[in-house]
Design a protein around this ligand. Structure first.
Ligand code: HSE
Length: 427
């Protein structure tokens, strides 16, 4: 039986989960995979944390050179997160010919090309299932399960923190700020929640997933991004009445003709769509392939054991495959020549504005929409306060640019006090 040595860089939540899985399933992998996976080294400054997990003193190090040069280490697992020092550590491992397994979406989406070039030079493996959607095996699905298809659509709920916040806002009618505070106290949201609530985390993941799905590099700066900080529970409630759930969606579309659209923003989605039922901190990715049709993967996008599951699956893959598979596209810093990224995308829109309740106001609003060739599907007027009437309307599909121009004109109307919200409607 082959013995394969593993090093884990960082024993935070994911590193600890990875260690526990490798420790507790060691016998299972011997039996089912015919390999003996042995954790030979851990890089961790907090020695007590490592000792508490039952790791032998001699295997704990705070020196990266010592870990990487250990002849018993074949595979290096990087679970530190962020760009530096993770990038230098991963490059050092690859330069010395060791395969790397990482959960680091920020590092991967920004420097994938550089890491892959380093891996190719030494024929080392480079695996990143855990970088996107935690325990949900979306990378392997795109690489291996969907390769027969031209993937035209990838829509995901790929950030658990925001899904947890939006789910609670919908259930409790509570406002964003109070749910965020509670989510932080319960450990669902980070002390500094920016990466999650402003959509950066989802944008990192979408850049990686869309690159794989569409077989071309989708650089991070091509991903349109908006977070959930301006969402009000009032809009979630009105959307619910109209048959929609509000989610932070990551959307990738490919028209098959070198035209790609990638965006992360809050959006209403019909309650009958399977993504509308993905609640709390769960994640899901919906894919459309030209042969298979629609499929959806659902599960835990974060957490010690779910993300550890993705890492250990990669470790097993690295330990059992000598033929390394890299990206299926020319992995450079920018997209391939000829690829066009759509900026003026098309969507339906939910708009809420507050107006005076008097004859002719709606006619003026309708006139502006007509001028920009925007057709209205649904319109409801709420309440009886004639000075302060919320009006909600949903448009047919229109271009983002036309919609923004029309909204500017509506804002200028004397009898419109405020355009409170503009939210895209998908699906
Ligand atoms: N912070 C992420 C989330 C998990 O809330 O989904 C790690 O990618």
């Amino acid at each position: 039986m082959k013995t394969v040595g593993v090093a884990i860089l960082g024993l935070g939540v994911v590193g600890s989960g990875t260690y526990k899985i490798l420790r507790d399933h060691r016998e299972f992998y011997r039996r089912t995979q015919n390999i003996d996976l042995s954790v030979e080294s851990v890089l961790e400054i907090n020695r007590q944390r490592a000792l508490d997990l039952g790791i032998e003193e001699s295997k704990i190090s705070d020196n990266i050179a010592e870990v990487i040069s250990n002849p018993n280490v074949d595979i290096v697992v990087e679970v530190i997160g962020g760009v530096e020092p993770a990038k230098s550590f991963v490059l050092a491992a690859l330069h010395s010919g060791k395969s790397v397994v990482t959960s680091n979406k920020e590092l991967f989406c920004k420097y994938w090309h550089e890491l892959e070039a380093a891996a190719k030079r030494t024929n080392a493996g480079l695996y990143f299932e855990a970088s996107c959607v935690g325990g949900v095996p979306i990378i392997r699905t795109l690489l291996d399960g969907m390769q027969a298809n031209v993937v035209t659509n990838l829509t995901g709920i790929i950030n658990g923190t925001t899904n947890y916040i939006l789910t609670r806002m919908a259930r409790e009618g509570a406002e964003y700020a109070s749910v965020l505070k509670d989510a932080q106290a319960l450990g669902y949201a980070e002390k500094n929640p920016t990466a999650d609530v402003e959509g950066y985390d989802a944008a990192y993941k979408l850049s990686i997933l869309a690159s794989l799905a569409f077989h071309t590099k989708v650089p991070l700066d091509k991903v349109y991004r908006e977070g959930i900080t301006d969402i009000s529970s009032e809009d979630i409630k009105y959307g619910d009445e109209l048959g929609y759930a509000l989610k932070l969606l990551a959307i990738g579309k490919n028209d098959g003709n070198n035209s790609i659209e990638v965006r992360v923003h809050p959006a209403f989605i019909r309650k009958s769509h399977p993504l509308a039922a993905v609640n709390d901190s769960f994640n899901a990715v919906f894919l459309r392939g030209d042969s298979v049709g629609d499929i959806m993967l659902y599960g835990r996008g974060a957490g010690d054991l779910p993300t550890g599951s993705a890492i250990v699956s990669d470790v097993i893959y690295a330990a059992t495959h000598s033929d390394v598979k890299y990206a299926t596209f020319k992995n450079t810093q920018t997209a391939e020549k000829g690829v066009r990224f759509v900026t003026d995308f098309k969507s339906r829109y939910y708009i809420r504005f507050t107006a005076r309740d008097k004859a002719g106001v709606l006619a003026k609003v309708a006139g502006i929409f007509a001028k920009y060739n925007i057709s209205i599907i649904d319109l409801i007027q709420k309440g009886e306060d004639i000075e302060n009437i919320p009006i909600i309307l949903i448009t047919h599909e229109t271009s983002e640019l036309s919609l923004r121009r029309a909204v500017e004109k509506i804002r200028e109307l004397d009898d419109v006090f405020e355009v409170n919200s503009v939210i895209r409607v998908e699906g």
